[in-house]
Design a protein around this ligand. Sequence first.
Ligand code: NDP
Length: 383
Amino acid sequence: MKRKRVVVLGATGSIGESALKVARDIPDRMEIVGIAANTNAAKLAEQANAVRPEAVCIVDESKLGELRTALKYEPRLLAGETGLIEIARLASAEMVLVAIVGTAGLRPALAAIDAGKDLAVASKEILVMAGEAVTTAAQKQGVHILPVDSEHNAIFQCLDGRASDVRRIVLTASGGPFRNTPLEQFGSITREQALKHPTWNMGPKITIDSATLFNKGLEMIEAHWLFGVEMQRVEVVIHPQSIVHSMVEFADGSVLAQLSHSDMCFPIQYAVTWPERVANSLPPLDFGKVAKLEFFTPRYDDFPALNLARRAGDTGGTLPAVLNAANEVAVSAFLDGRSSFPQIWKTVREVMDRHRAIAHADLDAILAADQWARDEAHRVLAA
Ligand code: NDP
């Protein structure tokens, strides 16, 4: 089997770093031909000097000089949002891994599909926002969408192409750091407490989303689009150990689950080597040490994110984009110390209540709804 040539968008982030690690671990199967980041020129240069990809892109054009100076070879240098689109279409690439936090990955993802590349998707926001547009474009172009989010990668492995026999999809959630925190204490939760995830080491935005359970809410909508399963058949169970990454119950009542340590290298590697499995240096599960696997029903009333996401996914159209955008604004306000933890749910609910959803929205309508929701969320937070 030949090496897969991959472009990594969001190389300097948590997923991006794991992707580079996977490439180092299975060099016969994965080659990184392009890397892109937003503003972190120093880290991007360091990665480029080590990996030597053919193309390097920095979105923040003011950092181009710093990047150029720090590079020890002469790759094709790209910058700005146009550069990001260009690197997503890189001729030599077969796959583009979208690991950009937020919705900035949407246009490059569509550009990659248009250029006939397979898409490995970590950025759940783009499937939440524009699941219909992205999956339809991929079908039209005959390219694959490989899920990198660990839950969806698990479901993808369990399904093994048998989507028609599914009774329900069960997404596991660690429950985050406040799984057992009494409701009365939510108002005093600090940024530092929320950034301490019990089982996963991730970027700040997704770590806060894990604490509010919006991460799981976004994943419910993501699963709906990736696997073509209606929202009512996508369920969530709290599993504090984060060893079972998700499960599929089939028509005959059998449940298949995928298990591994909580390390994003597992799903990234499977997305790259699929449909094959390749030996690596990742640690195997020691069941004696795992000892117990627990499952609990989520506290739906105390963590309203799941019901809000179900409502957004059921309504469809522009509402998922509105939920996602309002959440992004609310999370960044919380991270900047401008709002309380429960304010994240309140802001999203308020913005969703004010929105008039457009069904089967095209990309322009989605982007307009996204912008509207951001402005509206700022107004809610300022009130
Ligand atoms: P990080 O915050 O660690 O990294 C984000 C990356 O995106 C950085 O490389 C950053 O560049 C880049 N970036 C940010 N904004 C832009 C932009 N406008 N244009 C181009 N690049 C940009 O995030 P994570 O790695 O944690 O998450 C990335 C995505 O993967 C998210 O959508 C998240 O939900 C998803 N995900 C993450 C998991 C995890 O374990 N971390 C698990 C499952 C999904 P710079 O460094 O220059 O700012």
